[in-house]
Design a binder for this molecule. Sequence first.
Ligand code: SF4
Length: 341
Amino acid sequence: MEPVLQVKDLKTSFLTSSGEVQAVRGVSFSVNKGESVGIVGESGSGKSVTSLSVMQLLTGTGKIVGGSVKLNGRELVGIGTKEMRSIRGKEVAMIFQDPMTSLNPLLPVGEQVSEMLWAHEKDLSRADREARVAELFRMVRIPEAEKRLKSYPHEFSGGMRQRVMIAMALACKPDLLIADEPTTALDVSIQDQILKLMRSIQREIGMSIMFITHDLGVVAELCNRVIVMYGGLIMEQADILDLFEHPCHPYTMGLLASIPDINQDKQKRLQPIMGSPPDMIHPPKGCPFSPRCPYACRVCLEELPPIYTAGEGHVSRCWLLDADAPAADNPLSYAKGGKRG
Ligand code: SF4
């Protein structure tokens, strides 16, 4: 079956007075029907720019400079603004980190969701739209749904506002929902409620989800598959369990070591990843993680590693997987000799 989303060798840049910021440098992945894929990485890894490129929502000097993005088989790169507007909301929808800045403070929330329906289903009467919005509010568990249609965003808590945004995104039953750090601005207990809600809605309506986050722990709650990005490239991609049990990239290992664990020995400190992300105007010639990687060797500094297959559906861009990589202190000895992808 054709994937809902197929991204091939996507390259996105921003032109600045200091030079070309190569935010995404050739990313390929797909999202299948009903699947939830997490894209994880630090700020500047290229994960949000990837999602904005898919949505054709790049602002300022942002531009897709290469590659292909296909949604339900249709090419989106180079598509007209009008055509994209008819796709956005209906086939692919997005929710952002801060619902307060995404909602219009001057319009009742019910009306804002109703506008989304009106944009794509013009034959619906006003009463039908209102009934659909109330139904959506019930689906996202907003208490007293009918009454809250007339409330303004400021009358809702952060968690409730995010539920309104989810209702808006689901209004036209999109095939793909892109959620960019939707729980980051919320406190932990509300975050948990929103994740559970997204999981149950996904099961209910069978849509695909692309979940963008810096937090691998959040991905574990919701996703079947994970893509780890760094320096505008995919560093590792695997099934969620496989990634947690057999990480094959030192950056992924670093991310895993920095997740707090309630059962962990209190004396044991969390391990931060030292250093900072690369300068994307002048990305390193070799592996972008090499300045921070404890296993970096000469080849890492000089040549970008290819993608190796480390197992079924598991790929990693790291020289340690090469059959000829030095054995001494190689943390991946068990997985060495992966095939070049
Ligand atoms: Fe570290 Fe080299 Fe692997 Fe990059 S290629 S992650 S520098 S070991």
